[in-house]
Design a protein around this ligand. Structure first.
Ligand SMILES: Cc1cc2nc3c(=O)[nH]c(=O)nc-3n(C[C@H](O)[C@H](O)[C@H](O)COP(=O)(O)OP(=O)(O)OC[C@H]3O[C@@H](n4cnc5c(N)ncnc54)[C@H](O)[C@@H]3O)c2cc1C
Length: 400
């Protein structure tokens, strides 16, 4: 058996794990990152992640510190306006439309949108520049034993690793979380999301639009033009059987149904990629740390894709973890540091998961009186300028 020691072992090389590897590698720590699956780094390849991530303002500094932003910026699309549309009347056309403009609270856009497959490509390239980072796709975490002095992890290739800090970034079914016996609360909605890209005749004008009717939101997020045509990423949430029906529709029928669901705000929509289907749940781990271990990203928290919170919360986990490591670099992974990590992150994670759960349930409503109440709620919250600004700052994660 090969034995190695490292400062930090990251279990999971999804977008969150790869960001963690680039971040702590850039800080000079020795990092080993493992994942049984190799990252898919081309849009047209089988298994490519066709979701996009809208990085909100506070995530920018994390990406810069990780040496990632210079690589990502040329591919990013600004999100200047967040538009909320209620189309919950008798016919699916917009009846309440409100624009939240980043200009009201900041000199910068709300955020920047990038495709997940491209994030993986640029992140893997960044890791190649860092000699202190060993990224091993094709190798997974097999078992975990923790001691006061280190986490001892056996990998699937037979290597035994001793790490001062183990970061569990291995997704919603996290093997690290299970090995530590950390419990969790899961909320199910019977809902799925379709994620794909479309082109359309009308420009998006850097506006991200969330349209509510029933079944969940239909969200269009700006992407760069594609073959000279305006392009957007779409996340379309529906109850499970309806989402599967839509995913199996012939393309022409699908184009017609999604154009109707969009209220034709950009004219006829044309599908440009495969349709990928994602199960929707909310989930929170009871603790975000254990002996020598920190849980981040979906290993710690999962929520419906509303308001671009998911990965941005994962980068907030990393921001806090990095601050704690900088404050005591010789004591990383010790109990006091990890307790502080849990106490700083868990209350905010619980609050955001609860907030997004409520918004999702409101968006799913099919009863007409409840949909009317939702439309009135959007209009009246927007009408009060101080509340509107507070909501924008809270959504971005820049504080109230
Ligand atoms: C439709 C949709 C749209 C979204 N849009 C946004 C958005 O706009 N903005 C935003 O901030 N968030 C968004 N999110 C959320 C965001 O995509 C997720 O938070 C993020 O992708 C999760 O990343 P992760 O790295 O935690 O998990 P994953 O991507 O699931 O990565 C976990 C990794 O762990 C690996 N693994 C599993 N077992 C092992 C093992 N034994 N050892 C080592 N590794 C292992 C897996 O192979 C996987 O690669 C969206 C989510 C959905 C469903």
């Amino acid at each position: 058996m090969t034995r190695i020691s490292t400062d930090i072992l990251i279990s999971g090389g999804g977008v969150a794990g790869l960001t963690a590897a680039a971040l702590f590698g850039s800080e000079g720590y020795s990092v080993l990152c493992v994942d049984p699956a190799a990252p898919v780094t081309e849009e047209s390849a089988e298994g490519a992640d066709l979701r996009t991530t809208a990085f909100l303002q506070p995530s920018l500094q994390v990406l810069k510190t990780a040496g990632l932003w210079d690589r990502l910026a040329p591919f990013a699309t600004d999100l200047q306006v967040m538009r909320i549309v209620d189309a919950g009347g008798k016919i699916p056309s917009p009846r309440v439309t409100r624009n939240f403009n980043a200009r009201d609270v900041s000199d910068l856009p709300f955020g920047w949108n990038l495709p997940n497959w491209l994030l993986r490509r640029e992140m893997v390239r960044r890791l190649e520049d860092l000699p202190n980072v060993d990224f091993r796709p094709g190798t997974g975490t097999a078992s975990v034993l923790t001691r006061d002095s280190a986490a001892l992890v056996d990998l699937s290739d037979g290597t035994r690793v001793s790490a001062r800090l183990l970061i569990g970034a291995d997704g919603r079914n996290s093997p690290v979380r299970e090995a530590l016996g950390i419990g969790l609360r899961t909320m199910r909605y019977g809902q799925k999301a379709l994620a794909f890209a479309v082109t359309h005749p009308e420009p998006h004008g850097n506006v991200s639009t969330e349209i509510h009717r029933s079944g969940g939101p239909f969200t269009l997020v700006p992407l760069p033009d594609r073959d000279g045509r305006p392009c957007s990423a779409i996340v379309w949430m529906e109850r499970g059987p309806e989402a599967l029906r839509l995913a199996a529709l012939p393309e022409a029928e699908f184009n017609a149904e999604m154009t109707a669901r969009s209220g034709a705000i950009y004219g006829p929509l044309r599908l440009e990629t495969r349709r990928t289907v994602w199960p929707i749940i909310s989930q929170v781990a009871h603790r975000m740390s254990g002996e020598r271990t920190a849980l981040i990203a979906e290993a710690a928290h999962v929520m419906p894709p509303i308001g671009a919170q998911g990965l941005n919360m994962s980068l907030a986990d990393l921001r806090v973890l990095l601050d704690l490591c900088r404050a005591a670099p010789n004591r990383i992974g010790e109990e006091a540091m990890l307790d502080l990590y849990h106490r700083r992150r868990h209350p905010e994670v619980l609050a955001r998961v609860t907030g997004i759960d409520l918004l999702n349930r409101a968006s799913m409503q099919s009863a007409q009186p409840l949909r009317d109440l939702r439309a009135a709620g959007v209009a009246s919250l927007y009408a009060l300028k101080p509340i509107r600004k507070t909501l924008m700052r809270l959504g971005m994660g820049t504080g109230a």
